[in-house]
Ligand binder design. Structure first.
Ligand code: AMP
Ligand code: MG
Length: 328
């Protein structure tokens, strides 16, 4: 019998199991005891805990070294789940009907009788909710019978994991069980839309674009970083960041730099090159972004030169991640 740890389990390396029904059952048992399980979603791997259990949610913050002021997203198995814990208005219902299950998170007022842990909202009057599309995520949440708080399964500030191996490398013994569902199809975190104000605001760009959202709910406010009062507490300056320095919009490669290329024409002179999408396909580039940043980070290069990425569609979300990874 092992010791049931409330915080990070320091007793060994994590178990990576193919996400078959037996492994999902084992994961469900861990979650019911207030433990942590990493699982695949279509965006990135999440570090899940029972979102209704304050101590389980606290364990997520501890395992990630995540600042307590940065609230978590609660994940539901089906689109009729969030209404039990947050108040959906007409705009929320239109977006939910169009994009759930899928890579869209809505920030909405908490219901007075919400089951969600206060810590999941970092004490705010609102909560972020999403219905993931990945069958493993949905099966796990359904079996757990509660919403799962699940930020990306990496230590705070690192690139998000898009493979089970990334989770193991980043969290090590801090997570006991990782459900392996292969590579994440989208590869970038969900779009976050704040619906607590009169105008919807995009807090984080993602595969569901600002245009997709505006088409259904009208004009958007673009929440820019505001040092005085950040609209989204998670918008810390440095994020998604490899240890190696990034140089964006590179048109050449300096001595010792690795190259993160995009499109059919690379650049000469790089010791190591990885191409986000030789076909210049932004969806493919998004899916490759974090894994390639991790791989180049591990290559021992002096810096990473990143070729320009077009800013339309999901390119906006890619550039948002790259800008923040390059800061600091
Ligand atoms: P992560 O869990 O790492 O995918 O990040 C979730 C993102 O959603 C962070 O940027 C949070 O700051 C944001 N978020 C979650 N809940 C809220 C909330 N109640 N109000 C504003 N932003 C939120
Ligand atoms: Mg994250």
């Amino acid at each position: 019998m092992g010791i049931v740890a409330q915080g990070p389990d320091m007793t060994g390396s994590p178990t990576i199991r193919p996400a078959d029904p037996d492994a999902i059952e084992a994961a469900t048992a861990v979650l019911r005891e207030g433990g942590l399980v990493a699982f695949p979603t279509e965006t990135v791997y999440g570090l899940g805990a029972d979102a209704t259990n304050e101590r389980a949610v606290a364990a997520i913050f501890l395992a990630k070294d995540r600042p307590r002021f940065n609230p978590l997203i609660a994940h539901y198995a089906t689109a009729d789940g969030p209404g039990r814990d947050v108040v959906l208005d007409g705009r929320a219902r239109r977006l939910a009907a169009a994009f759930w299950p899928g890579p869209l998170t809505l920030v909405l007022p908490r219901r007075a009788d919400t089951r969600l842990a206060e810590l999941a909202s970092a004490g705010l009057a609102s909560a972020a909710v999403r219905v993931p599309a990945h069958p493993v995520a949905r099966a796990l949440i359904a079996a757990a019978g509660v919403p799962l708080a699940a930020p990306s399964a990496n230590r705070s500030g690192e690139p998000s994991p898009t493979l089970a191996e990334h989770v193991a490398a980043s969290l090590g013994e801090r997570v006991g069980l990782i459900l392996d569902g292969g590579a994440c199809a989208v590869g970038l975190e969900s779009t976050v839309v704040d619906l607590t104000g009169p105008f919807p605001a995009i807090l984080r760009h993602g595969a569901v674009t600002a245009e997709d959202v505006a088409a259904l709910v009208g004009p958007l406010v673009h929440a820019e970083d505001d040092a005085g009062r950040p609209k989204s507490p998670g918008r810390l300056a440095r994020h998604y960041a490899p240890r190696t320095r990034l140089r964006l919009d590179a048109r050449d490669v300096a001595a010792g730099e690795a190259l993160l290329a995009f499109g059919p024409d690379g650049l000469p002179g790089a010791a190591v090159t990885m191409n986000l999408s030789p076909a210049a396909d932004l969806t493919e580039a998004a899916a490759n972004l974090f894994a390639m940043l991790r791989a180049l980070d591990a290559s021992g290069c002096a810096g990473i030169a990143v070729m320009p990425i077009p800013g339309h569609g999901i390119g906006r979300a890619i550039n948002e991640r790259l800008r923040r990874a390059a800061e600091g």
